[in-house]
Design a protein around this ligand. Structure first.
Ligand SMILES: [Zn+2]
Length: 155
């Protein structure tokens, strides 16, 4: 019996440490009420609640200007205009992110695994990555909510 208790305690200790390690610490970290004050209700819904904007609702869909797309919450540059392409999906699409600035996570919201894209600086939800992107480049489609992005035109 005693051995069993020890074994049980070991399992509990191990699983709680594993959980603690899974929780990523972001450089920019705020409480939900702080984010609510900083963001518009739409931005909050997408970035902090992993929501999805209506397709074709973002003016950035049709944006063909040169520049950088930054995180609307913490202003970290996430995507470059040269990697944006028209996927016809109704959401701004890119074939790759700026290296190191977008985190890939796994999301089971729809009952199966999808690759969730998050800002690596504040953890804000951006969208998802799919494998039906342009074959001549990376083959990836980063499907991003326009409301999570802020466009900074090149000077
Ligand atoms: Zn961010």
């Amino acid at each position: 019996m005693r051995k069993l208790i020890i074994l049980f305690l070991l399992i509990v200790t191990f699983s709680t440490t594993a959980n603690a390690q899974n929780k990523k610490k972001y450089t920019v970290s705020k409480t939900n009420s702080e984010w609510k004050q900083l963001l518009t209700p739409k931005q909050y819904f997408v970035l902090r609640k992993s929501g999805t904007e209506r397709p074709n609702s973002s003016p950035l869909n049709y944006n063909k200007k040169k520049g950088v797309y930054a995180c609307a919450a913490c202003k970290t540059p996430l995507y470059k205009s040269e990697h944006k392409y028209d996927s016809g999906s109704g959401w701004p699409s890119f074939d790759r992110a700026i290296k190191g600035n977008v985190e890939l996570d796994t999301d089971y919201k729809l009952g199966y695994a999808r690759t969730e894209l998050k800002c690596n600086t504040c953890g804000g939800h951006l969208g998802h990555s799919f494998n039906d992107g342009p074959k001549e480049t990376t083959g990836k489609r980063h499907c991003i909510n326009g409301v999570a992005l802020e466009f900074i035109p090149k000077k």
